[in-house]
Design a protein around this ligand. Structure first.
Ligand code: PLP
Length: 334
């Protein structure tokens, strides 16, 4: 350890990464409870609270599913519930995470084509329209992308992507990873006609890792009826029930649900517009501070000023280490 890190190690441990993010005291306190009846009683209200909160942040009145899983589990759930071995899918690269989802799809036996992109720009929407228009036989069954790529710090405009897909009059399902972004910026599942969106508990939703989420459109639910990759644990059709135990395909992760319900109560008190604005202000403050370190080699991945609005609220920067010393003060004036 350097002197610097030995001195700082005396304080409370704080990890500042996109996720797991900081747990508010209220969320931690809500989890410090004994287990309760898993079949009936007040836990049903906790599940209902979590589902209502998810519908609000996803922007949907449709189906949402809660898994005892992380974001990778939600990726698996999205693919296995809608597709069959050998189906072709198109992965829209924009950093690391869409590629990771595509690698999982390959391992599951899907035929994955990647529309390549670098780490500095959002998805090329015209290229999407061209590629889908060229698929006259409609052999591409789904298009996979991320709203925010946590590694490159790039955010994609999902409403504009839906328009690009519609311009090609192609019926592929649109699947969006909102693991890093849900709860920090708008997601409009119904308005953008997204078919499947996935997320997880430990980033914008201020909860511990361990819950994976999926929202599914009617088309996605329909595709699920014949999906050959369906397995019993992830199966939407089996979980789409009022039987509380079956909703989780077994014992619900109770304490994680207590925490998530509390996080949604906190978000309701603050209001989504204020939360989004708070994240935007903190993003701009952080970016301004770090870009000022350009003199010591810091750069944002999205370097083109014309597209700087595409820098996401999870900020990733590259530095030419070692930086010998720095002072970093951000004052946010509300
Ligand atoms: C964190 C993250 C994931 C993976 O989530 P895990 O809970 O670690 O499995 C997937 N996609 C994006 C964009 C992420 O930021």
């Amino acid at each position: 350890m350097t002197d610097f890190s030995r001195i700082l190690a005396g304080g409370p441990e704080t990890t500042l990464i996109p996720g797991p993010s900081i747990l508010p005291d209220r969320v931690r306190a809500a989890m410090g409870r004994s287990s309760i009846d898993i079949y009936s009683g007040s836990l049903l209200g906790v599940t209902a609270r979590c589902e209502a909160g998810l519908r609000e942040v996803f922007g949907t009145t449709g189906e949402v599913f809660i898994y005892a899983a992380n974001g990778h589990g939600a990726w698996d759930a999205a693919l296995s519930n809608t597709l069959s071995r050998g189906d072709k899918i198109l992965v829209l690269q924009s950093g690391r995470f869409a590629s990771g989802w595509g690698e999982m799809a390959s391992a599951m036996g899907l035929d994955v084509e990647v529309l390549p992109r670098d780490w500095h720009s959002a998805i090329d929407l015209d290229a999407v329209t061209r590629r889908l228009a060229a698929d006259k036989a409609h052999s591409i069954r789904a298009v996979l992308c991320v709203q925010v790529d946590t590694a490159s710090g790039v955010s994609n405009d999902i409403g504009a992507l839906r328009q690009a897909i519609d311009n090609s009059a192609h019926p592929a399902l649109l699947m969006v990873d909102a693991v890093a972004s849900l709860g920090t910026m708008a997601f409009e599942f119904d308005n953008w006609t997204v078919d499947v969106a996935v997320s997880a508990s430990q980033k914008g939703l201020m909860s511990p890792a361990g819950l994976g989420f999926v929202a599914a459109s009617e088309q996605a639910m329909e595709a699920g009826k014949t999906a050959g990759l369906r397995t019993r644990y992830w199966d939407w059709q089996a979980r789409n029930t009022t039987d509380h135990y079956q909703k989780y395909c077994g014992t619900p992760p109770e304490q994680l649900l207590f925490g998530l319900a509390e996080a949604f109560d906190m978000m309701a008190e603050e209001g989504l517009p204020s939360i989004f604005k708070r994240h935007e202000i903190l993003k701009q403050a952080t970016q301004a501070a770090i870009l000022a370190w350009g003199c010591v080699g810091a750069t944002a991945n999205v370097t083109d000023p014309k597209t700087s609005h595409l820098r996401s609220r999870s900020s990733t920067y590259r530095m030419n280490w070692p930086v010998k010393s720095f002072r970093f003060v951000v004052t946010v004036v509300a």
